[in-house]
Design a protein around this ligand. Sequence first.
Ligand code: ADP
Ligand code: MG
Ligand code: MG
Length: 256
Amino acid sequence: VSVLEIRNLHVSVDTDTEGPREILRGVDLTVRKGETHAIMGPNGSGKSTLSYSIAGHPKYTVTEGTVTLDGEDVLAMSVDARARAGIFLAMQYPVEVPGVSVSNFLRSSATAVRGEAPKLRTWVKEVKQAMAGLEMDPAFAERSVNEGFSGGEKKRHEILQMTLLAPKVAILDETDSGLDVDALRIVSAGIEAVRAKGETGILLITHYTRILRYVKPEFVHVMAGGRIVDEGGPELAATLEDSGYDRYVKGVEPAA
Ligand code: ADP
Ligand code: MG
Ligand code: MG
């Protein structure tokens, strides 16, 4: 069984003005194939830092701890090698890639991750099917990646990538933020479809409990001040819906 293991992870960010600042202060997390974990927490608690660190963003330096995927040292891998190993990150703020169409971008990504170009006929079918599942117009495939995309289109494009790449571990960083009810429903259905295949461990990072009405995680972790401060089952999300993060934030030294 595929497993992502994070042990005692400490991460500093290179700030432009004050040099390195410690953001993550000892995170432990295990995500197995087929499991869905929600990471919840207030703004600034370190959720995006965690996702960038796993994906290999150069601004984030691991100062202590380990990240392994099936026993392989993820931290020793280049960003590309992490993607090839099966780690996928849907970023909170997806970047524009002017001049590169969605269609070409998806095919290049799939080629890089699979190690060979997908067979054209099956690929076209795969893309069509995945796009239809996300209620995306086929014409969307010819647009430049994220250029002028609405918030909902950006997030659907992220889920489209995840669907086609079938990663071992998918980190979805606030994929629900800024979505209206219809887009949230469509994006959630896309996540559920990947989940139903049972091949992917999903790390669903969210500030709000809203998406958890559609995608029910087996495990809920609360992050505050760069640490996981509480863990439980889906009932924890329900508690947070009622009481918010106040009780975690009190007494926690802010990471900022
Ligand atoms: P979250 O995703 O939970 O909102 P982040 O991981 O984005 O939290 O941020 C955690 C803390 O790290 C915040 O205090 C934020 O200001 C700081 N931080 C993150 N990235 C940077 C950066 N590139 N430069 C300076 N500070 C950063
Ligand atoms: Mg934030
Ligand atoms: Mg964030």
